[in-house]
Design a protein around this ligand. Structure first.
Ligand code: HEM
Length: 163
């Protein structure tokens, strides 16, 4: 049963697993920051802010590891598909959009680092709207869209390779 799976397929299974775990860790962590820690911080700033700083430092390392794992495994997945000869034009288009969004997410991480993981402390008016767009909410939003695109790529690939 398992003996029928070639060594290369086992390798790609591990790579796909690393990619998915990295993505879940990053987006899940960002969602926890955006939808749990931030509201709690807003309600109890004096209590939470000192703790949040320490959490941010540890979280930063987790994000670093996840992003490196995602990039390395993502490139391996991409080259595996490209050498397989079954990638359709639709697959390439979705890959292009996914890569563009992934780059935007990597840029957001870099940008957060410049502001010490605090996209905006107390934004109001236009600043509040921009903060929504460029802050953690945007990271989570882009992340879930990228998840959807990854599933679409898989369906597109399987449809072409089985026909
Ligand atoms: C350097 C950037 C990236 C590259 C080159 C890349 C490439 C790929 C490729 C080629 C696949 C396989 C698609 C298929 O089945 O045909 C894939 C799957 C996937 N990607 Fe990415 N990706 C990148 C970044 C990301 C990011 C930032 C996320 C989410 C935060 C993400 C989430 C996923 C998920 C969830 C899958 C599905 C894994 C599975 O099938 O179990 N990727 N990626």
């Amino acid at each position: 049963m398992f003996g029928e799976i070639a060594a290369g397929d086992w390798f790609m299974l591990i790579v796909r697993w690393v990619h998915a775990i990295g993505a879940v860790t990053w987006i899940g962590g960002s969602a926890f920051f955006a939808f749990v820690l931030r509201p709690v911080e807003k309600a109890n700033p004096d209590l939470v802010q000192p703790v949040l700083r320490s959490i941010g430092q540890v979280y930063r390392e987790l994000v670093d590891i996840s992003v490196i794992a995602i990039i390395v495994s993502g490139l391996v997945l991409m080259f595996d598909r490209l050498t397989g000869d079954d990638a359709s034009p639709g697959w390439f288009i979705v890959l292009g959009v996914k890569l563009a969004l992934a780059l935007w997410m990597f840029y957001l991480v870099w940008d957060f680092r410049q502001t010490d993981f605090r996209p905006s402390d107390n934004p109001t008016g236009l600043a509040a709207r921009l903060s929504w767009l460029v802050g953690y909410n945007a990271m989570v939003f882009l992340g879930v869209v990228v998840f959807l695109l990854a599933s679409l790529m898989r369906v597109l690939y399987e449809t072409t390779s089985s026909s």
